[in-house]
Every structure is written in C-alpha cells, then in structure tokens.
Design a protein around this ligand. Structure first.
Ligand SMILES: [Zn+2]
Length: 281
C-alpha cells in the first residue's frame, strides 16, 4: 500500500496531524531508497521541560531524542520493538529510547559534550523480548549528528545520509530530521540526484512530507509509512516497586527506617513512594 506524495496527500497529512509530531516513511517510484523524515518539536520541548535543561545540555538531549527516533528505522514499523541510544563520555551520559510506535523518552546526566572526544556510542536494538542486539562505536566527529552518521557507516550495511535541525524558540522547539538509506543496486544517477537534492534542502518551516518531497525531487515520491511521535514514559508503580526489590534487604530496611522509600523515574521524573506496609515487609 502506498500513496503518491501529491497535493491531496499533503493536505490530508496536514489536516490529520496538525501541529502534532510525526514521522513519514517514503520511497521513490523506481529505486530502493528509503527516506525517513521527522518532526519532533513537542517531544524535544517536553524533554527539555521535564529535565529542566538549558543551553548545550538541552540541545544534546534534543538531538538524542531525534537520534532514537531515526534509529527506529532499524526496528519493525508499528511494533513495540525498541532502540536504545546512549552516548557516554568522561563528563556525562545522554540516553534516549524509542519504539516502532513512535514513543520516545530520554535523560541526561552531567554534560557529556564536555568530554566528547572520550565518548562511546551504544545502540541497543530490542527486536524480540530478551534478545537485545548491541553495537558500540567510539564517538567520532564534533557533535551528535556526526557521531550518529559514523555509527550508521560502521554498524549498518547500508549507505546512509542523515541530518538534524534543532532550534529553541520562545514558543518551544523546532526539531526536524531526516535519514536516507540507499540500498544496494541503486544507480549512480539516482545517488547523484539524491545528493544534489540534499545539498539544496532546507528544513525551515517544512513538515516531514515536504522535506521528503524535496529529498526525492524528480523521483516520484510515495508515502509508505506514518507514525505519530510523542514523549512517553511507560514507567509504573510495579516497575518502581521491583527496582526497590533489587536492593539488599538490609539497605531497604535502612531506607524505610527513615520514612517511605522513594523511587524517581529517570526518564519522566515521576516520583513513586512506598511505605513498609505497601512493600509488605
Ligand atoms: Zn517514567
């Protein structure tokens, strides 16, 4: 099933998503090229607000949120298969996670950008329950965009182009990105055309389908997939309780002697409190 990315499709998408975040998957008519385009304005603004971030750390968190969403190109569309993205440096860590349904969350500790050159980038794909697939590469380049490009070059077998645009405004965030995968067998003529289109591309004021149309200019773009994107944390009282149960009995008793035990979710800052009775100790 596909639809031509024509005026009618664009109008339908505009009416359906309005100003919500979403991701579009499109392909040209004749070549094995996949284009993922993303708008994550709200997800990035929510991450900034939840974690109370400013400046460099807000930017890094925003790029990490978009990176995890772009990496969902590696998992099955519309499933709960997950991708975890992490950059760890001597001065901090940034983590983000997204699933095939477009749900994303993340957190940051310290200022990873400070120790950038010492960094390690990890991508974990959870394709089926209990079978994670992990790739680790050194952090290369000046920023997260270049580091992610290097990851694709090293770890995935496909030729990839990607870029991200992030800007914080008084109204929130402008967060757009694309990932283009060129599968084997694509003609040099098409590669040259894509590269030329990418050189001329501007994110400014464009929706995901409009970015896709520019990338696939003169290639009869078709829409093959869509997903809404949102900052979502699936944490629960049950998960918080089981994290307490991982503590040593003695350690937990010490905490409970001081009052209720508290668990704060790293991803959404929700606080869970448990009394001794609630933990049935
Ligand atoms: Zn949470």
């Amino acid at each position: 099933m596909y639809r031509d990315l024509d005026a009618q499709t664009r109008e339908d998408l505009r009416l359906y998503f309005q100003d919500r975040d979403y991701m579009v998957v499109s392909v040209p008519k004749d070549e094995l090229i996949r284009v993922y385009t993303l708008q994550a304005n709200h997800a990035v603004a929510v991450a900034k607000r939840i974690h109370n971030l400013e400046g460099q750390r807000a930017e890094l968190m925003g790029y990490a949120i978009m990176s995890a969403l772009l990496l969902t190109s590696l998992v099955k569309h519309a499933t709960e298969q997950k991708v975890l993205f992490k950059v760890q440096t001597d001065s901090g860590v940034v983590v983000s996670e997204a699933d095939g349904k477009g749900r994303v969350r993340g957190f940051i500790e310290g200022d990873p950008q400070e120790g950038w050159v010492s960094g390690v980038l990890t991508v974990v794909k959870e394709l089926r329950l209990g079978v994670p697939y992990t790739s680790i590469v050194p952090v290369v380049g000046r920023n997260l965009k270049e580091a992610l490009s290097f990851y694709f070059e090293q770890s995935e077998q496909t030729k990839t182009y990607l870029d991200m645009h992030l800007e914080f405004t008084s109204a929130g965030a402008q967060a757009k990105a694309y990932l283009v995968q060129v599968l084997s067998g694509v003609s040099q003529r098409s590669i040259d055309l894509i590269e030329e289109n990418l050189r001329n591309l501007s994110f400014l004021g464009k929706r995901p389908e409009e970015i896709a149309i520019e990338i696939l200019k003169d290639m009869e773009p078709r829409l093959i997939g869509l997903k809404e994107v949102e900052y979502y944390c699936p944490c629960s009282e049950e998960i918080a309780r089981s994290s307490l149960m991982l503590l040593q009995e003695e350690e937990l008793q010490d905490i409970l002697n001081e009052g209720p035990a508290e668990v704060v979710c790293k991803f959404c800052k929700r606080v869970y409190r448990f009394s001794r009775e609630q933990l049935m100790l």
